[in-house]
Design a protein around this ligand. Structure first.
Ligand code: FAD
Length: 364
């Protein structure tokens, strides 16, 4: 099989990595519209579960911190703390990891064509022809669309998804006073009742953290509010701020991941777990499914449907919970909730986290 991957973000690189191990793939080429100095793009926090980290090749080499607790502040009056058995959530250096992955993929014989902007994919008999700026190469049996957001090609090729977008920005902060050791092992999330999004604080070490916000509008205004909120809560002062970066944060789910021999992956098809956030869990699962089963259409069909169904369920749950947060304050009776969650698997599976939380919950 001759395979083309469109996009060399994490979705494209992981797909190429796993496909390069499939002996049914005779040629593999990746088209990326950006030049070398513009990839990898710094935009993501790199927070993933332990299970996801172990599924992503070489991710363990780039661990910056890990967490055994997740603390969620819901507006001013509700604090929910989820406690895991051991460190279940990891922060990895996404840029350094993707740089290495790019090199590994090249070493495995995959051709990476940079400065190559794909504009269309046409079906010619039972093959696909790729058109665009700088594109060369012949015809392909399989096409993987990993273009990220916005999903221009995905839409054209009828890969369907449903999603909402938020503008996400984050910044690194240095502290005048050390965070206490305990707090370094906690991942913090803030959901304001009046803000149109959510925010996070990720301790990297005692002196450095990342603070970010995803919102429908005025992200910069919201970021300063959120900074103040966390400073008060954790009794810290964020002094030197560095490196403002971000991108579009998605909440949604894919509806149709496969059209003939065209397959979508990643932000291109809104592949995201909506509640605890993140694209890397579904991307890591899907890229291995594509790598192992590209030559087995029936298995691909079944597995892509099951991934889409799971992400849809997670999104519905996210909608239900965010709607619940808009209820009058008096209905949220408890000011502190603690739940013992068990292992890392639950961080990626919201419906199971809730079931587990209900059996171990303690109200304060
Ligand atoms: C602020 C922020 C924080 C986040 N934090 C987390 C987190 O903590 N954990 C987590 O799991 N996820 C997180 N995410 C989400 C995660 O970063 C994304 O889901 C993931 O990076 C998407 O990867 P991708 O490869 O699908 O898309 P991208 O990284 O966007 O890659 C797509 C690539 O395709 C190329 N391309 C586009 N169009 C074409 C074309 N026509 N021809 C050729 N090339 C093309 C682009 O140049 C790009 O290189 C975060 C996102 C944001 C914005």
């Amino acid at each position: 099989m001759d395979v083309v991957v469109i996009g060399a973000g994490i979705s494209g690189l992981l797909s190429a990595y796993w496909l390069s191990r499939n002996k049914h793939v005779s040629s593999l080429i990746v088209f990326e519209k950006r030049p070398l100095n513009a990839i990898p793009r710094k935009h993501c926090s790199g927070v993933i579960s332990r299970d996801t980290m172990l599924r992503i090749p070489y991710a363990v080499k780039f661990i910056e911190n890990s967490y055994n607790r997740l603390k969620v502040y819901v507006a001013e009056n509700l604090e929910v703390e989820l406690i895991f058995d051991k460190n279940a959530i990891y922060k990895i250096d996404r840029v350094a990891h993707e740089k290495l992955l790019l090199e590994v993929v090249k070493e495995r014989g995959v051709e990476i064509m940079l400065n190559t902007n794909v504009v269309d994919v046409e079906k010619v008999k039972n093959k696909y022809r790729v058109r665009g700026f700088n594109v060369r190469g012949g015809e392909f049996d399989q096409v993987i669309v990993a273009e990220g957001y916005p999903p221009n090609l995905s839409r054209k090729l009828n890969l369907e998804s449903r999603f909402n977008t938020f503008k996400g920005i984050q910044q690194e902060a240095y502290l005048s006073r050390k965070l206490d050791c305990d707090s370094v092992e906690v991942l913090y999330v803030y959901i304001g009742r009046n803000t149109k999004g959510f925010a996070w604080l990720i301790p990297v070490n005692e002196r450095r953290l990342i603070v970010g916000v995803a919102s429908k509008d005025n992200v910069f205004g919201e970021l300063s509010l959120v900074k103040r909120f966390f400073e008060k809560k954790l009794n810290i002062e964020m002094t030197k701020m560095k490196d403002l970066y971000g991108g579009i944060v998605l909440r949604g789910y894919p509806k149709k991941l496969l059209r003939g021999s065209i397959l979508g992956i990643g932000d291109a098809v809104a592949m995201v777990k909506s509640l605890s956030g993140g694209g890397l869990y579904p991307i890591s699962v899907t890229s291995t499914v594509y790598g192992e089963n590209l030559h087995k259409p029936e298995v691909l069909n079944r597995k892509t449907k099951s991934i889409a169904r799971e992400l849809m369920k997670q999104y519905k749950l996210y909608e239900l919970i965010t709607r619940g947060l808009k209820l009058p304050r008096s209905i949220l009776l408890f000011s502190n909730i603690t739940a013992y969650i068990g292992d890392s698997y639950f961080y990626d599976h919201h419906e199971k986290i809730l079931a587990k939380a209900f059996t171990t919950i303690k109200f304060g």
